[in-house]
Design a protein around this ligand. Structure first.
Ligand code: CP
Length: 317
């Protein structure tokens, strides 16, 4: 007798706020299996044969869009990358009309990135398939935090009890928000470090320690997660200059010395070398897991596509 596949109670993945530790474990355990599949010579199966996935990105992306495309194809689905720049959005078609149009073509999953916080939820309310948030404004980027968690768990063997320090532009970071929700749910300690201008007010209410000096924020940390300065979301000047910012908040070996000797260095990418992170540190093969994050991103996205289509696949049998 074959075991029933474990069900996921959500139709969409819009964020990690409210997701339980057992649900996070379910995703990470499933993703672990897909890591093995992705390292084989034949990386493809037919789990989602006949299913349609549409990538709808209203903002630029290298890692997220490519890895969702690979994830869908490795599961045997038809994957369409809709180019917003050459679509009818440029003729004035609204987000909702675009969503309804794609929905009429029977997309099973839509993967959506949008510059406005909350826009992906708005779209999810209008479609019959599942929606995955690939990053909405400064709100959430759930699959990024899941791949970060898988990277940490595979290297450290656990998440609970670790000290994770997230550094830099917390104010504009959906990656930071999703990581804070996930890491709190699984019992890690979360610290944020940055200049007062880049730390959201009342961020303590999310259950994090706030530091303004790298020396105290990194003291004894297991994980050092660096973030990009998101200039495209800034109106006005948040830092005096990149040079000054690097001096106080850029990760170099001198600042890293405050963390545990085996602390891992992470960055969601894209990196601004010499602004938030020194090139040598970013490329340190003994400490940096930045490219592991990229690799594991495909597996996590395969796990999410698998889980979100399970109910429909079971009903179709
Ligand atoms: N980390 C991340 O979301 O990268 P992309 O913008 O390249 O997708």
């Amino acid at each position: 007798m074959t075991a029933e596949p474990l069900a996921f109670r959500h139709r969409h993945l819009l964020g990690l706020e409210g997701l339980r530790a057992d649900e996070i474990d379910l995703i990470l355990d499933l993703a672990d299996g897909y890591v093995a599949q992705n390292r084989q010579a034949d990386r493809k199966n037919a789990l989602l044969r006949g299913r349609t996935i549409i990538n709808l990105f209203f903002e630029n992306s290298t890692r997220t869009r490519t890895s969702f495309e690979l994830a869908g194809k490795r599961l045997g689905a038809d994957v369409i990358n809709m180019s917003v720049a050459t679509s009818s959005v440029k003729k004035g078609e609204t987000l909702i009309d675009t969503a309804m149009t794609l929905n009429a073509m029977h997309a099973d999953v839509m993967v959506v990135r949008h510059p406005e916080s909350g826009a992906v939820k708005l779209l999810a309310d209008k479609v019959t398939g599942s929606v995955i948030n690939a990053g909405d404004g400064t709100h959430e980027h759930p699959t990024q935090a899941l791949l970060d968690a898988l990277t940490i768990r595979r290297r450290k063997g656990r998440l609970a009890g670790l000290v994770v320090t997230i550094c830099g532009d917390i104010l504009h970071s959906r990656v930071a928000r999703s990581n804070i929700h996930l890491l709190n749910a699984v019992g890690a300690t979360v610290r944020v470090v940055g200049p007062p201008t880049l730390i959201p007010s009342e961020v303590e209410n999310l259950g994090v320690e706030v530091h303004h000096r790298m020396s105290t924020g990194l003291a004894g940390a297991d994980i050092v997660m660096m973030l990009r300065l998101q200039q495209e979301r800034m109106q006005g000047q948040y830092v005096p200059s990149f040079r000054e910012y690097f001096r106080f908040y850029g990760l170099d070996y001198e600042k890293l010395a405050a963390a545990k000797p085996d602390a891992l260095i992470m960055h969601p990418g894209p990196m601004n070398r010499g602004v938030e992170i020194d090139s040598e540190v970013a490329d340190d093969i003994n400490r940096s897991v930045i490219l592991d994050q990229v690799e594991l991103g495909v597996a996590v996205r395969m796990a999410m596509l698998d889980l979100l289509t399970r109910r429909e696949r079971t009903n179709a049998q």
